[in-house]
Design a protein around this ligand. Structure first.
Ligand SMILES: Cc1cc2nc3c(=O)[nH]c(=O)nc-3n(C[C@H](O)[C@H](O)[C@H](O)COP(=O)(O)O)c2cc1C
Length: 379
């Protein structure tokens, strides 16, 4: 796809004085504007799961976002589910993330690391031979997971974590948070949705435990509450956020009563002083998760999902949220903030290179200035 093909698609325009461009503080993290880059797995990490030069460049190009939330990053070998996702537990990982953080900071941006332990959503071929696939209960994910060749294969049968092991997994997250800070990142976001380990504990379909981490509502939320507490103790609550999507069916997830589950979770962690809640909002007749969040969460709130400039501006203007996040627009518009500010056309991302392509479809989407130069030179 040529640079010219990627432009001239959208007709949304930013208005003067739009709150999108005003600064805000989420916990300890200052944002220059309210436009957050949502986390996106792009499957381009190095052979040892370390951030590469291309990843440094990718995040640097997008550093005008008020905040970047990185792609899901595994806190341990067992936490890896997908091919070529980065880690944050070996010196090479920290060194790579240090270069990403420095590049974003040099451009005046801020960046937090999304911590993603996939639990049962994993195939062995994607991770180190010695890494086990663990979950709250030995219930296989019914959805196939793409392997190293991109072809989908049956997910591993997970081993149920013993009660005595759970504290160790919580500590993996705390250590990952410390590592993220040691690498110069501004904080961490706990990935609690999309069928990964925290959501596996939260949901009735995947948590059949009979110990203090399963059964009752209070027991099902315990793992996430303890993990957020441990991360907050490790690096300070004002540098910890978490992401939820109540009722998300992705990766074969079922919960009998998401409103009850997430209402209880939000009430349990509301007093921790965390930096923000990152909500994927897809309202249904049964559940409006933004209403749920507003009822049970008093901290900073970032809302995501299928937003455009108008909807994002309206959410901010109504005082419903502190910031909004965009994922796919940031793939193809590295200078999304500037394009919104100018009411410039938005490029459409090429789905074929979401998870493959090395630099193609990754660091070759042009900035507006480059496009202007191109048009000028073409006369
Ligand atoms: C290529 C791709 C990878 C994604 N990877 C992640 C991820 O690692 N962690 C996560 O929480 N969400 C992930 N998401 C979901 C996005 O953060 C976002 O919630 C979703 O795309 C909806 O936002 P949008 O309409 O602005 O694209 C991913 C989305 C895409 C398109």
């Amino acid at each position: 796809m040529s640079a010219a093909d990627r432009t001239g698609i959208s007709s949304i325009h930013g208005g003067e004085g739009c709150q999108l461009f005003s600064p805000v503080r989420l916990g300890e993290i200052p944002l220059a504007n309210r436009i957050v880059m949502a986390p996106m797995t792009r499957s381009r990490a190095g052979v040892n799961d370390e951030p590469t030069d291309h990843m440094v460049e990718y995040y640097r190009q997008r550093a005008t976002a008020g905040l970047i939330v990185t792609e899901g990053t595994h806190p341990s070998k067992a936490g890896k589910g997908y091919f070529r996702t980065p880690g944050i537990y070996e010196p090479a990982h920290l060194a790579g993330w240090r270069r990403v953080a420095d590049a974003v900071h040099q451009e005046g941006g801020h960046i937090v690391l999304q911590l993603m332990h996939c639990g049962r959503a994993s195939v062995k071929a994607n991770k180190a031979p010695e890494a086990e696939t663990v979950a709250p209960s030995a219930i296989r994910c019914g959805v196939e997971i793409p392997g190293p060749d991109g072809k989908r294969a049956q997910a591993d049968m997970p081993r149920a974590l013993d009660t005595s092991e759970v504290a160790g997994v919580v500590e993996e997250y705390a250590r990952a948070a410390r590592n993220a800070r040691a690498a110069g990142l501004d904080g961490v976001e706990l990935h609690c949705t999309s069928g990964y380990l925290p959501m596996q504990f939260l949901s009735t379909g995947t948590n059949h435990r009979t110990d203090p981490y399963g059964g009752s509502l209070q027991n099902r939320i315990r793992f996430v509450v303890e993990t957020l507490e441990a991360m907050a103790a490790a690096i300070g609550p004002g540098r910890v956020g978490f992401r939820i999507f109540p009722g998300n069916p992705f990766n074969d997830m079922v919960d009998e009563n998401p409103a009850e589950t997430y209402g209880a979770l939000l009430r349990a962690v509301d007093g921790l002083g965390l930096a923000y809640l990152h909500l994927i909002h897809a309202p249904t007749p049964e559940l409006d998760s933004l209403k749920l969040a507003r009822a049970h969460w008093t901290g900073g709130l970032i809302v995501n999902n299928n937003l455009d400039l108008h909807r994002a501006g309206a959410l901010l203007a109504a005082g419903q949220v502190q910031a909004v996040s965009f994922a796919r627009f940031f793939i193809s518009n590295p200078d999304l903030v500037e394009r919104f500010r100018r009411g410039a056309p938005l490029a459409v991302p090429d789905r074929r290179t979401f998870y493959s392509g090395e630099q193609t479809g990754y660091i070759d989407y042009p900035q507006l200035e480059a496009l202007a130069g191109e048009h000028h030179s073409q006369g």
